[in-house]
Design a protein around this ligand. Structure first.
Ligand SMILES: CC(C)(COP(=O)(O)OP(=O)(O)OC[C@H]1O[C@@H](n2cnc3c(N)ncnc32)[C@H](O)[C@@H]1OP(=O)(O)O)[C@@H](O)C(=O)NCCC(=O)NCCS
Length: 246
């Protein structure tokens, strides 16, 4: 069994980076094949089509689990409406399952949307129902072919969290600074690393991100040196390759 601290969880700010979709496809196909769902050539093409289509929306979110630099699991999703998020994919390589990776990935996803979102929903396979129930999801078998699951998100606790969607940042910035948001900066920073530091009251202390010119941009609600340091550390750690499991 892989030691827990050897598994690293990384926000995938830019899913279009070389190799990411190939890793997604390898993991998704292996995890489905484990349940007898084998893809033919057109099925594989379809998977890539969907990765690409989802990516074209700006409101997507993804995390990967890595062991020694190799992706062994991932989760992916997007915003449906202002407060509702869809968890569209969650797959762990069969030989890496039952080690807490799925649970940690789903937590990463939830934490990255909990600041502005209320609900996470999605469809799930019959065999995954007990897993989702353990993560606090309610599963409903409707008239459709697959069960639906949903969860009301708990309030986000103290910590530094990666975030993805730029229009959320606009709202967040308005919450913490009175200075109007620089639209060009937001546009240029699409799909670039972004971390938000949340205090024990659930308020945002700092938003830190990199833009295309590789310049750290930090918005601070007040003079909070410790918080600022943490956000910078996250940016540096992300650059070094991974955000470690906490
Ligand atoms: C579902 C899936 C993502 C779970 O990932 P995982 O890394 O094996 O799950 P974890 O080890 O984090 O499990 C968390 C908890 O759920 C339990 N669990 C996981 N899969 C379970 C299952 N199939 N049945 C019952 N319990 C399960 C674990 O025992 C663990 O319980 P614990 O909290 O008491 O220790 C993984 O099995 C998978 O990729 N399956 C195939 C694809 C799939 O179904 N994806 C979901 C899309 S609907």
């Amino acid at each position: 069994m892989t030691k827990r601290f050897d598994i690293k969880y990384k926000p995938l700010f830019n899913q279009a980076e070389p190799g990411i979709w190939e890793d997604f496809a390898e993991i998704e196909m292996a995890a489905r094949a484990d349940h007898g769902l084998v893809f033919d050539e057109s099925g594989v093409a379809n998977i890539f089509f969907h990765y690409h289509k989802n990516w074209e929306q700006t409101n997507n979110i993804a995390f990967g689990a890595f062991v020694g630099g190799k992706m062994v699991g991932f989760t992916k999703g997007f915003m449906i409406e202002d407060q509702d998020y869809e968890l569209s994919s969650l797959f762990v390589l069969p030989e890496m399952q039952r080690q807490g990776i799925g649970r940690k990935l789903i937590t990463c996803f939830e934490n990255s949307v909990a600041l502005v979102g209320s609900y996470v929903q999605g469809q799930c396979y019959e065999w995954a129902i007990p897993f989702y129930q353990k993560q606090g999801y309610t599963v409903v078998r409707g008239t459709g072919p697959v069960p639906k699951m949903s969860k009301k998100l708990p309030k986000l606790g103290k910590g530094v969290y990666p975030m993805f969607a730029r229009w959320q940042v606009k709202d967040i910035k308005l919450k913490i600074c009175s200075v109007p948001v620089d639209k060009k900066l937001l546009k240029d920073s699409l799909h670039q690393p972004l971390f938000v530091d949340v205090n024990e009251k659930g308020q945002i202390d700092v938003v830190g991100f990199k833009n295309k010119d590789d310049v750290d941009t930090i918005w601070v609600s007040d003079k909070i040196p410790e918080s600022l340091k943490k956000c910078r550390e996250m940016l540096v750690r992300w650059q070094l390759g991974a955000v470690k499991s906490r």
